[in-house]
Design a protein around this ligand. Structure first.
Ligand code: SF4
Length: 522
């Protein structure tokens, strides 16, 4: 049995991750959520409360800090204000803070939930970032990660620019305010054309909101409409659902959408990259199962991943296990799909403790193991003497997975067969997901058999890349698979501070904006 001698192989570089953060942080950090609403003077709901609700609905995308910025819509008068803080949305936005934000009768707001992918976990890095430029106040909320932020920051630093945060997002404000961009026919478009990497942005000016998505479309961003007609943008459709807003459409890669008193208008700053690069990991793990991401429901996608896992599992066909159980909550949807496709019964034998806080400190190995036991309880009565299939979404560093597998054996399981609903993650992400550095990834330079031995399970199968992409709605080539395949689509090793979009392409869209056209797709 593999679990008789499971915990002596191979030695991993896990010191940094194990020493400092919570259990989930050891595996993968979620990305950020953005939101924006131009409510106008006749809106039925305060834009502050809309932002609060939308951020609450998107809390799964970031739990480190939250923020809302507002404008009263009067150019150069009260300007842009807001509030940011460390913690969860209801912790940051107390009733007192919310009433202070609504006191100025704002007509618009943008919001952000953050989980740092670049920049330290500091209150100064909380977004929206609000800064004053020569053109007025501006607030920026960013989901994604800029590959050339360090190069741009260095170039600005040499010109004497002072940065107030360590976040990559601040370079966007410096670019936007710089004369080179301000003298362009469309300063925001000129700014975006110099960014490399992933960005779904919501930018608040005193008289409008501009929402933009990078030409590759790494991160989701959708346009919606409130019941009173107010336009909204959000990272995920689940935010629209809780607001009672209808989905209008996705913001297209390479598109800027303006929300203001005139309604919604659209313009392009770049053509959609060919091929595009939508992040499959949004479907595998990050997005809410309730959301439609890249035009496809996340829950249904994950169930299909589970069914695809069964289709690739000849060993289980020959000798089926007693039942399929999910690793809560990340493996639940795929376990369901596996069970339905295979006919092997589904049982929930691992119970999560939802009250283990994020600030649980685990300086020693014993305390870390206690934390895993506190967080997950295995029901011995269900697993004792059984051959079980455990389904989870991914294995990143492998350290917490190994502890969880050991718990199942200690509860009396006869055999544990681990099934993972995506391929082995062998490469780091540069586009907004903080897995780990390359040497901390368990799959980096190791075979599946090495990983099985390290995790101490009887058998291990990762869904194949083809199997995963077969579940996706769009053509396989339109998705980013870099963390599995190493195909980064853009040169992450040699970022540049120059314009990124080719000059001949640029001529195509250096046209005047066309206000009032097709923004709501009608
Ligand atoms: S590297 Fe992986 S996590 Fe990062 S954007 Fe690509 S698919 Fe998503």
């Amino acid at each position: 049995m593999a679990h008789n001698a499971p915990f002596s192989l191979p030695l991993l570089n896990t010191t940094r991750g194990l020493g400092s953060s919570n259990l989930d942080d050891l595996e993968k950090k979620e990305k950020c959520a953005v939101f924006g609403i131009w409510a106008g003077p006749y809106a039925q709901l305060s834009p502050v409360h809309s932002a609060y609700t939308a951020l609450y609905a998107q809390q799964h995308r970031g739990q480190e800090s939250a923020g809302i910025a507002t404008t009263d819509g009067r150019d150069g008068q009260a300007g842009i204000g807001g509030h940011t803080g460390m913690g969860l949305v209801p912790e940051v936005f107390t009733p007192r803070v919310l009433s202070a934000l609504t006191a100025g009768n704002p007509v618009a707001s943008i919001g952000h939930n953050r989980y740092s992918t670049t920049g330290a976990s500091l209150s100064t890095n909380a977004q929206p970032l609000v800064q004053t430029t020569a053109q007025g106040r501006v607030a920026v909320a960013h989901n994604g990660n800029l590959v050339n932020a360090t190069a741009l920051r260095h170039a600005f630093g040499e010109k004497g620019h002072i940065f107030h945060t360590s976040s990559d997002t601040e370079v966007i404000i410096h670019l936007l305010a710089a004369p080179q961009q301000q003298q362009a026919p469309d300063p925001l478009a000129a700014t975006l054309r110099r960014l490399q990497g992933a960005y779904s942005l919501v930018i608040l000016f005193e008289d409008r909101i501009e929402a933009a998505r990078d030409p590759w479309g790494w991160r989701p961003l959708v346009l919606g409409e409130m019941a009173d007609g107010s336009p909204v943008v959000a990272s995920e459709t689940v935010a629209l659902d809780v607001l009672g807003a209808k989905l209008v459409r996705e913001v297209e890669p390479g598109e800027i959408i303006t929300l203001d008193d005139q309604g919604v208008s659209s313009r392009r700053f770049a053509p959609e990259a060919k091929p595009s690069s939508m992040c499959v990991f949004e479907h595998v793990y990050f997005a809410s199962p309730a959301s439609n991401v890249f035009g496809q429901n996340v829950q249904a996608f994950r169930e299909d991943l589970g069914a695809a896992l069964w289709n690739e599992d000849p060993a289980m066909r020959e000798s089926p296990a007693d039942y399929v159980m999910p690793m809560p909550d990340s493996g639940r949807s795929a376990a369901n799909g596996y069970s339905r496709a295979s006919g092997i019964p589904y049982r929930e034998a691992i119970v999560p403790n939802r009250y283990v806080g994020r600030t649980f400190i685990k300086p020693t190995q014993h305390e870390r193991e206690t934390a895993v036991r506190l967080k997950l309880n295995v029901i011995s009565e269900l697993v004792r003497g059984k051959r079980v299939i455990v389904v989870d979404d991914s294995v990143v560093r492998g350290t917490t997975t190994r502890l969880k597998m050991r718990q199942i054996y200690e509860a009396g399981a006869a055999e544990v067969h681990l099934r993972i609903s995506c391929p082995p993650i062998r490469h780091p992400c540069y586009f907004g997901v903080d897995f780990a550095s390359r040497d901390q990834l368990i799959a980096n330079g190791r075979t599946v058999e090495d990983i099985r031995e390290y995790l101490g399970v009887d058998s291990l199968h990762f869904l194949s890349l083809d199997g995963m992409l077969a579940c996706a709605k769009h053509e396989p080539g339109r998705y980013c698979t870099a963390c599995w395949s190493g195909d980064y689509r853009i040169d992450v090793e040699h970022p540049t501070t120059d314009r990124f979009v080719e000059p001949q392409q640029e001529r195509m869209f250096d046209m005047a904006p066309t206000p009032g056209t097709n923004g709501l797709g009608r």
